[in-house]
Write a protein that binds this ligand. Structure first.
Ligand SMILES: [Zn+2]
Length: 598
């Protein structure tokens, strides 16, 4: 599938081969340090390598954080046939006539970000022209983002939608007052989008806000919209979920879903997320009981697979299968394990395993333990999530305790399965050292998430003693001999943003969207959280030999940043974006900052 990708951006291998005769003559150097110059002089008389060795692209003069074993920072890297070739020291005289030499002009480069737990497939199935608002920091930003979106729409009938992934907690009316977060008003939305209908909602079931054009269409279709454009949230059925049902039933079709998939991918590369492990959806009922996280788990991958089949995909996708049965016999899970294959596909799109649910619930009445044993018997990976905590020693066990006990039961019947298959518990805001140790003993692993950034607040129930997850405790545990593996994820696109830099802000500061420290004493370093999001997540995908670091032989995914991640003030972490994203050696996003004519 990827063999011809290079042609799209002009870094074609075939073109290079045609130009190979000229390669020997070309000798522009990508050496970037005196030490390298000396080494090169010493070996300067060795035979020229075969011309076939010429790189397709070389990046020079950068601060390239390879995230390798030694945290090497290199100034240059070369790429050939979609993989990294030489890092730091790149041999003189290997350039072909078609080799692109791109001067990074001192910019910071990191490996392509891997999100080991998100809901990217839901994002690619949104009705309307879904427009992420996770990077808006003010009402004015929302207006700018929506106005720009409206300008690019095909018609005045086209809907601008934002279904989850943001919160009014970060939309300030007054940038100096972080308690002023709110939705834009009807008038503010109308000013930005006067013609097209627009609707935004937070979380799974709202609340939300429409502009005038959107409000009138929704009202005409049975949705109760306030005179001020407000659309009520609630559970299980809200005015927002009624609006969502209407939008899905009228706007979604195979073509619009494929367009939404490409939109989602185009967004992902602007924030540097090049690989997504999707964790499924709540099974849709096609009623107003469905929220933003509902989709049909059996058909929602089709538009993605079509886009991959058409060779139009620009990010990597790994697909977990979510199962939430209440029946102890878990008949659907049993069929999945019989009829599907894990880790089947190619470098761009591949199946994962079972997650983020293996059954509905975790208590004794649920089929959790039976499901864990079925997944173990099949030799599959299990991934589950935990949102709970135990508030007192005598209160009921938290979900993570029941999950770890379930993992232990499966591991007892199928010794070694948790370690060998790399079973995972995600989010874990309330996990304790005692239970980390128990999970470590059977080889289990933890995926950490910064979603509390959006909705977290300084009330006793979410903060005592911290909102979580306990990043510091978990990362310290991962550094022990035979420690657990820890990775990082967004859990976007409903209750959290995809943007990894916001999650890195939260992990390193413990501060939420309203500027309140809600995760005290659990901060980790920038190097640590970037490692979780790159090299550690390569391990979570079982692709540590292919992804997660900038090392020779690995798939050439990298992100050139708009500022120095390691040097910017904390608040500016939220503003980090890609200026150039490369996946498999192809430029998949060009912010227009670097000269690519090389
Ligand atoms: Zn999730």
């Amino acid at each position: 599938m990827a063999s011809d990708n290079g042609k799209r951006r002009g870094f074609s291998r075939r073109r290079f081969i045609q130009g190979a005769a000229a390669a020997a003559a070309a000798s522009s150097s990508m050496l970037s340090s005196a030490r390298e110059e000396k080494q090169e002089e010493k070996h300067g008389d060795r035979p020229r390598p075969p011309s076939d060795d010429a790189p397709d692209i070389v990046f020079v003069n950068g601060k390239i954080h390879t995230m390798d074993d030694d945290n090497t920072v290199a100034s240059a890297v070369s790429i050939r046939d979609g993989r990294f070739v030489e890092i730091g020291h790149v041999s003189r005289g290997r350039h072909g006539a078609d080799t692109k030499v791109i001067d990074l002009r001192g910019r910071t480069v990191v490996p392509g970000i891997i999100d080991n737990h998100n809901h990217f497939v839901l994002m690619g199935n949104r009705p309307g022209f879904h427009t992420p608002l996770e990077n808006a920091l003010s009402i004015q930003n929302v207006q700018q983002i929506y106005a720009a979106r409206a300008a690019g729409l095909p018609s005045r009938d086209a809907w601008i939608t934002t279904i989850g992934g943001f919160h009014f907690n970060h939309l300030y009316a007054n940038p100096n007052d972080k308690t002023s977060g709110r939705f834009p008003t009807l008038a503010e939305l109308d000013a930005a989008v006067p013609n097209n209908p627009a609707f935004m909602m937070i979380s799974f079931t709202g609340p939300g806000q429409a502009n005038s054009a959107g409000a009138s269409i929704l009202r005409a279709n049975g949705v109760n919209v306030g005179a001020d454009g407000s659309v009520a949230g609630g559970f299980p059925i809200s005015e927002c979920s009624k609006a969502l049902l209407f939008l899905r039933q009228t706007l979604l079709n195979p073509e619009s879903r494929r367009r939404a998939v490409i939109d989602a991918m185009n967004y992902a590369v602007t924030v540097g997320v090049t690989t997504h492990l999707d964790q499924g959806a709540f099974q849709a009922t096609n009623t107003a009981a469905d929220g933003a996280a509902h989709e049909d788990n059996f058909t929602m991958h089709i538009p993605f697979l079509e886009v991959y089949g058409q060779d139009k995909a620009i990010v990597r996708l790994r697909i977990n299968f979510l199962h939430m049965e209440t029946d102890q016999a878990t008949p659907e899970l049993a069929q999945r394990l019989k009829n599907a294959f894990q880790f089947l596909g190619n470098d761009m799109v591949r199946t994962g395993s079972i997650g983020e649910f293996i059954a509905s619930g975790t208590n004794a009445a649920s089929p959790f333990v039976a499901a864990a044993k079925r997944v173990a018997a099949a030799g599959w990976r299990a991934e589950v999530h935990s949102l709970g905590r135990r508030n007192t020693p005598t209160s009921n066990p938290a979900d993570f305790e029941l999950e770890i006990m379930g993992f232990e039961a499966a591991n007892a019947d199928f010794p070694g399965v948790v370690r060998e298959r790399r079973w995972v518990i995600a989010h874990v805001p309330g996990i304790t050292q005692e239970w980390i140790d128990r999970l470590q003993a059977i080889g289990g692993n933890l995926s950490l998430t910064g979603w509390q950034y959006l909705a977290g607040n300084p009330t006793a129930s979410t903060v005592a003693p911290y909102a979580g997850p306990p990043f510091r405790m978990i990362v310290d545990s991962s550094k022990r001999p035979d420690g657990i593996h820890a990775g990082m994820s967004s859990d976007g696109m409903q209750i959290a943003p995809m943007n990894p830099w916001i999650h890195m802000y939260y992990a390193t500061t413990g501060i939420n969207a309203r500027g309140v420290t809600i995760n005290p004493n659990q901060q980790i370093t920038r190097q640590e959280v970037l490692s979780l999001y790159t090299r550690q997540n390569g391990w979570f995908l079982r692709e540590e030999d292919q992804l997660g670091t900038i090392e020779s032989g690995k798939l050439a995914d990298l992100v050139v940043l708009n500022s120095d991640y390691f040097a910017v003030p904390d608040e500016d972490l939220k503003k980090i974006r890609s200026v150039l994203t490369v996946v498999g050696g192809n430029v998949v996003y060009d912010g227009g900052v670097l000269d690519l004519r090389g």
